[in-house]
Design a protein around this ligand. Structure first.
Ligand SMILES: [Zn+2]
Ligand SMILES: [Zn+2]
Length: 202
């Protein structure tokens, strides 16, 4: 596999190339290979769930053609450079993670390079998959159907009135609620009543 075009694609979207992008590209290729894909399958057959965002995720995108915009890349932000690859057709899922001693192995590969950053850059391009990654079969905690959901669906939250897409509503007390109204969200509102004009500082 010629990595160079994928590395260029990743770096172009990102304005630099770094070890994490290379790791993402390699891990993306390894994940596809584990599912039997030589190259990115079409028709959204591949779903990638990355466990971090940032440079690593851009490398994954470059290798797999999966993206948040196409709903083929999901971020479960656990701060880990690992990912699960799902064959949506068969339901098979594998998790690929870097070997625990991948950095030491990389430095051993590029023992002439004393700067770890550059040793990793070079080593991640040439190390064999078996030395870089662990691959395990996994079951997803939620069904693939519920993860993918129906992109055309729309409903209105019975409490806040905002539109909820893709079947992300929560059924509670015979109401259809958005996640925030049902379970609390990731923010707290500072003022209770604000008009749309009041949102902007005077
Ligand atoms: Zn980077
Ligand atoms: Zn709501």
């Amino acid at each position: 596999m010629n990595l160079q075009p994928l590395l260029e694609k990743s770096a172009r979207d990102h304005s630099h190339l770094c070890p994490r992008q290379i790791l993402g590209v390699r891990l993306g290729l390894a994940g596809m290979k584990a599912l039997g894909f030589e190259s990115p399958p079409d028709k959204k057959q591949l779903l990638v769930i990355t466990e971090t965002d940032g440079c690593f995720a851009d490398g994954l995108s470059a290798a797999t053609n999966c993206s948040v915009g196409h709903r083929t890349l999901r971020v479960e932000d656990y701060g880990k450079a690992a990912a699960v690859f799902v064959d949506v057709k068969t339901g098979r899922a594998v998790r690929v993670a870097p070997a625990l001693d991948i950095r030491q192995r990389a430095c051993a590969y590029e023992s002439d390079e004393s700067r770890h950053y550059f040793a990793q850059m070079e080593a991640y391009k040439i190390m064999p998959d078996e030395e870089m990654f662990t691959v395990i079969e996994v079951h997803l905690a939620a069904s693939i159907e519920s993860i993918l959901s129906s992109p055309g669906m729309r409903i209105t939250c019975d409490m806040c009135g905002e539109e909820i897409m893709n079947e992300r509503e929560v059924h509670q007390n015979e109401m259809n609620l958005c996640h925030t109204c049902a379970r609390g969200g990731y923010y707290h509102v500072k003022q209770n009543v604000i008009s749309s004009i009041g949102l902007y500082p005077q």
